[in-house]
Design a protein. Structure first.
Length: 298
């Protein structure tokens, strides 16, 4: 019997991947997971874009997943990020990882090849047929070069294993149109940090946000207050966070987030893998200054 699908809602983290001297830093992975599993986080995603997943070897990805799963201990859902432009290879990746201790997958649109909407429909239909685990699709046209249109997505939402979307389409009308037309059992999670509050007020089920590595409780409070009907309180929280999201994306992510977590003692090193590079000295100073003025804890 298939296990119940985890609820896709609230605040999820696309977890950074710690490195130290070129190697996967499993001690820092466990430290991060322990920290965030005790915060107001509703789910974690490993080896996705923020987690520099495309730079990980197969062995490193397997080790990352097993350390993360062993540390989280089923307290919150754990999803694995996968990406690729070859449908056959990607379904093979799904099959290869079927025995891994993850609750589902985050699957981005094929990058660079720019398939048609029919190609996207067939691509995701084939992936959905390869697993009984839930899939969150990831639409981010400014990275992949292709936009997953609402008509295609709504057709895919009828498949049992496609349960949600990480929405980074950057088209306000497309996002709003999807929110008003989507099935009630299909989750739309914004992935645009700067649009978090707006997406929630339009009806998004939650968010998958790199920025929420920092001030996690404050980001969670925005969602909780809106859910409880306190829009003024949620807006006040968001106004206090808005500049932080801009700062954390001032240079290519996840460099700023890793610098912050390193300074906070959650990472042994702020190391990234090429072609990603560390923050500039100027941004490092700005981040250090921001850390000295963190928001009060709820």
């Amino acid at each position: 019997m298939q296990a119940p699908s985890p609820s896709i809602h609230g605040l999820w983290l696309p977890l950074v991947t710690p490195f130290d001297n070129g190697r996967l830093d499993t001690a820092s992975v466990a430290r991060l997971i322990t920290h965030y599993a005790g915060q107001s986080v509703d789910g974690l995603i490993v080896a996705a874009t923020t987690g520099e997943g495309l730079t990980l070897s197969d062995a490193e990805t397997a080790e990352l997943v097993h350390v993360a799963a062993g540390t989280v201990g089923g307290r919150i859902p754990l999803f694995l990020g996968l990406a690729g432009s070859d449908t056959v290879k990607l379904t093979g990746e799904i099959e290869r990882t079927e025995a891994w201790p993850v609750d589902g997958y985050l699957i981005s649109c094929p990058y660079y090849s720019r398939p048609s909407q029919e190609g996207l429909r067939r691509h995701f239909t084939a992936i959905a047929a390869a697993t009984d685990r839930p899939l969150i699709l990831y639409n981010i046209p400014y990275r992949t070069g292709v936009n997953l249109g609402n008509e295609t997505l709504l057709a895919l939402a009828g498949l049992d294993t496609i349960v949600g979307l990480k929405d980074c389409c950057q088209d306000l009308w497309q996002s709003f149109d999807l929110l008003r037309r989507k099935p009630s059992d299909f989750a739309v999670m914004t992935g645009e940090d700067a649009s978090y509050y707006q997406a929630l007020t339009h009806g998004a089920d939650g968010a998958i946000l790199a920025s929420a590595h920092v001030e996690t409780a404050q980001f969670a409070a925005v969602h909780r207050l809106l859910r409880d009907g306190d829009q003024a309180g949620a807006l006040a929280r968001w106004r206090a966070l808005a500049d932080l999201t801009r700062l954390l994306f001032a240079e290519p992510s996840p460099a700023a987030v890793k610098h912050w977590l390193w300074r906070a003692g959650l990472l042994a090193s702020p190391e990234l893998r090429l072609p990603m590079t560390p923050v500039s000295p100027t941004l490092a100073q700005q981040l250090d200054a921001a850390m000295a003025n963190q928001l009060p804890t709820l």
